[in-house]
Write a protein that binds this ligand. Structure first.
Ligand code: F0G
Length: 456
């Protein structure tokens, strides 16, 4: 039987409908940079699933009754108890968003010169590892390199490479193993429980702490119940508890799987590490019972964490993404297989085969989606990951030219997703007409947020 969303729409927000001419002018004014487009010129915003989910009446009721006490507020105790229910970490801290959690944990757990090993570091995660003076190394499993392979757990870390690094000449410099669930930088693919358990065993053997970047812990748990042997009878909440129990600590942006506009958390077991994190938290974010969040944020997170592990919600969200993936394939566009949950990653390199990497096929497709249909999304290709010379010419292309269509939680209906697939189908009928782009301005720092380009 088909699933349906376990909620109905009670409050709505109008979305802008624009003409092609208006979009052409807006995108040119933005220097062909999606991050410089005003949101009121965007019809369907698939730039991110972060902080963009629709909140529930129960979340808003909690927010309205929030306690804003500086220390020990009721809202903090509800936030803490929702996290304890899932994670059982003795030391939990609120922070305003995921990257603040990363900065605080890594600046305490990592020493300059050390190495952080991961299935894939998300971009802010990598930046915070590097700001701590350490080096971030990605060890994705070999299956991840084949975009078409339908292997169920392409988010796994390469266990062979992990063991080799831990036992090799660099082993003594490894300061942490960080597993991102689901693997956002790696196509939104899940990590299996078997892989997480094997990481735990290797970290025990080599005496290295094992942390989770758990921004999408509920979606990873759901995919384990669907794809991993022995987990079909477990609830997503039970799988999440088992996942967190394996780790020494976690950072989690709660703007994703707590369906909250703002918020994040740090959890650790080690008391010393907790004390150091707490000192930095208080000095830079806020007191340990609010961490830079308002009482209303703490409440929305607490309630969102309960709603997100509802199997009816997760089943429907995963089925909607899978349906969207089928429509896109029927439109003649390939995606990174198999479909995950929080987004789909289009293989723009294959669709725009005529276009060389220095024409930026991923970015060209993203721009075309905007021009043709007012759809905003982000490139994950040579513009983002390639290397450039001083004149902004591409020297080393990225291995793949992808475009991520992130799907905000509970925000768009199937009709919106069908519209996006229709727009893609129109583009796919005549891919040769999509123009190339050239970079005209590229700052050293945070390049992809501040780029300027021109159409060729
Ligand atoms: N880790 C992962 C895996 C993420 O996807 C993100 C954010 C962060 C950490 C940082 O969290 O935004 O709360 O500071 N990802 C968003 C995205 C921005 O669009 O994928 P944050």
């Amino acid at each position: 039987m088909k699933s349906f969303p376990p909620y109905r729409v009670q409050v709505v927000k109008e979305i802008p409908i624009t003409t092609r001419q208006e979009r052409e002018e807006a995108l040119a004014r933005a220097g062909y940079n999606m991050f410089d487009l005003p949101a009121n010129m965007v019809t369907i915003d698939l730039l991110t699933d972060s902080g963009t989910g629709a909140v529930s009446a129960a979340q808003e009721a909690g927010a309205a009754a929030a306690d804003r006490s500086y220390a020990g507020s009721d809202s903090w105790f509800r936030f803490k108890s929702a996290l304890e229910d899932l994670t059982s970490f003795p030391h939990l801290f609120p922070v305003h968003q995921g990257r603040a959690a990363e900065r605080i944990l890594f600046s305490t757990a990592l020493k300059p010169g050390q190495i952080s090993l991961s299935n894939t570091h998300f971009d802010t995660t990598r930046a915070n590892v590097e700001l701590a003076g350490a080096q971030a190394r990605d060890l994705p499993c070999p299956e991840a390199a084949d975009l078409d392979s339908r292997d169920p757990f392409k988010g796994n870390i390469d266990l062979g490479a992990l063991e080799e690094t831990l036992s090799g000449p660099d082993g003594s410099r490894v300061g942490q193993v960080l597993i991102t669930i689901t693997n956002n930088g790696g196509g939104g693919q899940p990590v299996s429980m078997a892989n997480l358990k094997a990481v735990r065993a290797l970290c025990d053997r080599f005496g290295v702490p094992f942390f989770l970047d758990a921004a999408r812990f509920a979606e990873n748990s759901w995919l384990i119940t669907q794809r991993e042997e022995g987990y079909a009878g477990k609830t997503p909440k039970e799988v999440a508890q088992e996942t967190f129990a394996l780790a020494d600590g976690f950072v989690a942006s709660l703007k994703k799987d707590a369906i909250a506009p703002m918020g994040a958390a740090i959890g650790v077991r080690d008391e010393n590490l907790a004390k150091q994190c707490e000192a930095i938290l208080i000095a830079t974010e806020g007191f340990r019972t609010y961490g830079g969040l308002g009482g209303h944020d703490l409440e929305r997170v607490a309630q969102g964490l309960r709603e997100v592990v509802d199997p009816n919600y997760l089943r429907n969200r995963a089925e909607e993404t899978a349906h969207f993936a089928r429509l896109i394939n029927e439109a003649g566009v390939d995606i990174v297989q198999p479909a995950g949950v929080h987004g789909l990653y289009l293989n723009a390199g294959r669709l725009l085969q005529h276009m060389p990497p220095h024409g930026f096929p991923g970015h060209a497709l993203a721009c075309e989606l905007y021009l043709a249909g007012g759809i905003r999304c982000a490139e994950l290709g040579s513009l983002y990951l390639g290397t450039f010379d001083d004149e902004h010419n591409l020297i080393t292309p990225a291995p793949f030219e992808l475009v991520r269509l992130a799907i905000p939680r509970r925000t768009y209906t199937l009709a919106h997703l069908e519209y996006v697939a229709d727009v893609l189908a129109t583009i796919a009928k005549n891919p040769e007409s999509v123009p190339e782009y050239r970079v005209t301005h590229a700052p050293q720092l945070l390049r992809h947020f501040n780029l300027k380009l021109r159409q060729v």
